[in-house]
Design a binder for this molecule. Structure first.
Ligand code: SF4
Ligand code: SF4
Length: 376
């Protein structure tokens, strides 16, 4: 039987940032919270995430006796500004589809356990952050994120990985508290543009930009378009303003070469005009929450970000994309974006589009012209 020390040594050899141990008993408070907030989390059950069932690890892995929590630090290297501007950092070097980096290290860790008689599972829906807190690896922030205690310079730029095992290990001292300093005046809550954070360490996920960019239903409501800013997929605003993250954000880091190489593929103009084949080959392997059938949402998000950039250089792209897209949600957002940029070229295009469009798209065009005229 392996000792904890031997397991810790293997995690360190595999370059995990930290490791902790907790029991496999149910996450009762999480279960209660989810059941009481189904209006906010019902969507997760509807798309098959089974969050409620996974609050008892034995529902997923009946032999579960302990949870070994590995911590991965994902912001050790810097990312191109063009990528950080539009995409959440945690998605930039995500290998959950390509399975060629972190996935290999998790596999090696599980193989090590298996070679020593320990069966394991890594269920995606066991509460990872709560597992990490129960294993004493850090504390929560009022932005609902998990902050490392010893690794990643105390920042929230970590993924907890819950490895459920069929052998019992002594649990580490849990800490499920919020570890924010008293002097921080809730910077994350104030900075959240869509008011998703409630200030008590809880979030309304339906208002979070991350959720809205990949699961938002239909055309983004007018009142959220400007607050969602330049983000196309994910959002890091509440982490960027957090003083607990300053050290990690400000330090000099070598550039992440993989993200630098793929960065040109994520150029906004290319994304706005991409076809399904481009999406499947270049984008989906790295950011996969939306399938090729949801390519309209990618384009709608890109058009909104272009509009919010107020950059006249995007007007030609937006005009071209209006002509090449039949999807009303994309066309409507393009009309809004042209009105938001509002230069003479954009206004002339809106005038032209108003002549041969009808229904919801025409309403958006008229609204875009009206708001733009009001501003000038
Ligand atoms: S990720 Fe963005 S939208 Fe979501 S809570 Fe943080 S600041 Fe708000
Ligand atoms: S911004 Fe302040 S309140 Fe929010 S998580 Fe960071 S330290 Fe906590």
């Amino acid at each position: 039987m392996l000792t904890k020390q031997e397991i810790i040594a293997e995690a360190q050899r595999l370059k995990f940032a930290d490791i902790g141990f907790t029991g496999a008993e149910p996450f009762a408070s999480q279960n209660e919270y989810l059941l009481a907030h189904q209006e906010e989390y019902g969507w997760a059950e509807a798309i098959g995430l089974n969050l409620i069932a996974a609050t008892d690890p034995r529902n997923i892995f009946p032999a579960a006796k302990s949870i070994i929590v590995l911590l991965e630090s994902y912001f050790e290297e810097s990312f191109p500004q063009q990528m950080e501007r539009h995409f959440g950092r945690c998605y930039l070097d995500d290998d959950r589809v390509t399975k060629d980096r972190l996935a290999l290290r998790i596999k090696a860790f599980r193989k090590f356990l298996q070679a020593n008689g320990i069966d394991s599972a890594v269920p995606f829906n066991v509460p990872h952050r709560l597992s990490a807190a129960r294993a004493g690896l850090g504390t929560f922030g009022k932005n609902c994120l998990f902050y490392s205690r010893r690794a990643a310079r105390g920042s929230s730029f970590v993924f907890p990985i819950a490895v459920v095992v069929d052998q019992e290990f002594a649990a580490d001292e849990p800490d499920i508290s919020i570890g924010c300093p008293d002097w921080c005046r809730n910077a994350c809550v104030a900075a959240c543009p869509t008011r998703a954070l409630r200030g008590d360490g809880k979030i309304d996920p339906r208002r979070c930009i991350s959720f809205l960019t990949y699961y938002g239903a239909g055309l983004t409501p007018l009142e959220l378009r400007e607050p969602m800013g330049l983000y196309v997929y994910g959002c890091d605003r509440c982490q960027n303003v957090c003083p607990r993250n300053t050290n990690r954000i400000m330090e000099e880091k070598p550039q992440n070469p993989r993200v630098a190489v793929k960065s040109p593929d994520f150029d906004l103009s290319l994304l706005l005009h991409m076809d399904k084949s481009y999406f499947v080959q270049k984008i989906w392997p790295h950011m996969f929450y939306m399938s090729a059938d949801d390519i309209w949402r990618w384009k709608m998000n890109v058009a909104r970000a272009m509009g919010n950039s107020l950059n006249p250089a995007y007007v030609a792209d937006l005009i071209r994309a209006f002509k090449e897209n039949s999807d009303e949600r994309v066309r409507s957002m393009i009309a809004w974006a042209l009105g938001r940029i509002g230069n003479s070229e954009a206004m002339a295009a809106l005038e032209m589009f108003s002549k041969d469009n009808s229904g919801a798209v025409l309403d958006e065009i008229r609204q875009a012209v009206k708001s733009s005229v009001k501003k000038s």
